[in-house]
Design a protein around this ligand. Structure first.
Ligand SMILES: NC(=O)c1ccc[n+]([C@@H]2O[C@H](COP(=O)([O-])OP(=O)(O)OC[C@H]3O[C@@H](n4cnc5c(N)ncnc54)[C@H](OP(=O)(O)O)[C@@H]3O)[C@@H](O)[C@H]2O)c1
Length: 180
């Protein structure tokens, strides 16, 4: 069964981007992508993905020469007209109510098949899914840094159950189930 998984890296004080929308505090750090809760393993479980407009724009602006490397269908939540990547399966949507979000989520789950739905971020997208009862799991890689401000990890009240804790390189990785 498809699980909806918010998988991200965060600062110790709960920010996924700094106040300048930069990830420089994160991308320079040592991590083993094949190690505990590493992205290489996680990627194999992905059937579809969803992200917000800021995250999508970050990929467009900072992703390098081949910025869109994903083959899975992807949804971007936005009120704006954003430029697609040629050839990529990217769908833009603007669910205005929990009911609309539920209907959209059902589409994403159907597209994921037997695999999982990756909530890429940011916090507002994860929070809307959690508040609609649609988030199953949160996996965080906590970087050994505090930022003092920036884009919040998950700006909602969400009760979690700790399932797994591991060190991977410089990161402390934790897997939580959303409590139901
Ligand atoms: N640390 C990590 O691993 C990691 C992972 C992912 C992202 N990031 C970074 O974290 C930052 C996250 O930015 P963010 O907090 O602004 O979050 P975001 O979720 O990427 O973007 C939020 C924007 O998405 C749009 N949106 C969200 N829900 C919507 C809805 N229901 N309908 C229509 N539009 C909707 C809105 O933009 P509009 O209304 O303007 O369209 C909203 O302002 C980015 O800099 C990103 O690069 C870091």
């Amino acid at each position: 069964m498809t699980r909806t998984v918010y998988y991200t890296a965060t600062s110790l004080d709960g920010f996924i981007a700094d106040a300048d929308n930069s990830l420089s505090w994160l991308l320079s750090r040592q991590v083993d992508q094949e190690g505990p809760m590493g992205f290489s393993t996680f990627e194999k479980s992905l059937g579809a993905m969803v992200m917000g407009a800021t995250s999508y724009r970050w990929i467009r602006e900072n992703g390098g020469p081949d910025p869109w490397s994903y083959t899975q269908p992807a949804w971007v939540l936005t009120h704006r007209e954003l430029e697609p990547f040629p050839g990529a399966d990217i769908r833009f949507a603007a669910p205005a109510t929990p009911e609309e979000l539920r209907a959209l989520h059902a589409e994403m789950v159907a597209a994921a098949g037997d695999l999982d739905l990756w909530v890429v971020g940011g916090g507002p997208v994860a929070a809307q899914l959690a508040e609609a009862g649609l988030l199953d799991e949160v996996v965080v890689a906590i970087a050994p840094v505090t930022l003092g401000g920036g884009a919040p990890l998950l700006p909602a009240r969400v009760e979690l159950v700790t399932r797994e804790v591991a060190q991977n390189g410089e990161f402390t990785c934790v897997r939580y189930d959303v409590a139901r």
